[in-house]
Design a protein around this ligand. Structure first.
Ligand SMILES: [Zn+2]
Length: 178
């Protein structure tokens, strides 16, 4: 009898427990494990307990969530995502207003208002870009270009008016001299 390969200890047998549980053909392919299980009641008992636990887990089914769970969860997620930029400023404002000393509040509120004024444009652009994608930034750029174009047109019209009045006064002034 080949004792060197046919005898394994309990520790080695326990390491093969997952294989024994998941693969029914494992015992047939590993005679040393089969021999140890046949000789060792502890390991056989351990394997039986694991098998009964697995059988119990097979019968267990997760409870079904209510029919509206997914839609309600997604709605709340969308709300949370949409609210986030506002609530950040709200949280910053309330933190500065309510968590600091009484004397510092007006100065901090003024500083925060100044920060919001200075950073408002870029923050607004970033939020638009972030929430609505490239279309929002394109439309914002187009809007800026339109404003610039309107300003250009207004300047040209003012120049035209000035030129017209100047030339008309010249025209009215020139006939008597010639
Ligand atoms: Zn054993």
């Amino acid at each position: 009898m080949n004792t060197a390969t046919n005898h394994i200890d309990c520790k080695t047998c326990r390491t093969h427990m997952p294989d024994l549980l998941l693969d029914d053909a494992f015992v047939a392919g590993h005679p040393a494990v089969a021999a140890h299980l046949a000789a060792c009641t502890e390991c056989t008992e351990e394997l039986q307990q694991l098998r009964s636990t697995f059988a119990l887990l097979d019968t267990w089914t997760a409870p079904e969530p209510s029919a509206y769970f997914d839609s309600r969860l997604h709605a709340r997620l969308r709300e949370a995502v949409a609210e986030q930029p506002e609530s950040f400023w709200e949280r910053t404002r309330s933190f500065l207003l309510f968590s600091t000393g009484r004397g510092l509040r007006p100065a901090l509120a003024g500083a925060l208002a100044f920060i919001m004024l200075v950073g408002g444009g870029s923050v607004g652009l970033y939020q638009q870009h972030h929430s609505a994608g490239p279309a929002a930034s394109v439309s914002a750029t187009v809007g800026d270009l339109k404003i610039l174009d309107n300003n250009e047109q207004a300047l040209q019209q003012m120049n035209q008016l000035l030129d017209d009045s100047g030339s008309s006064s010249d025209d009215s002034a020139t006939p008597p001299t010639t």
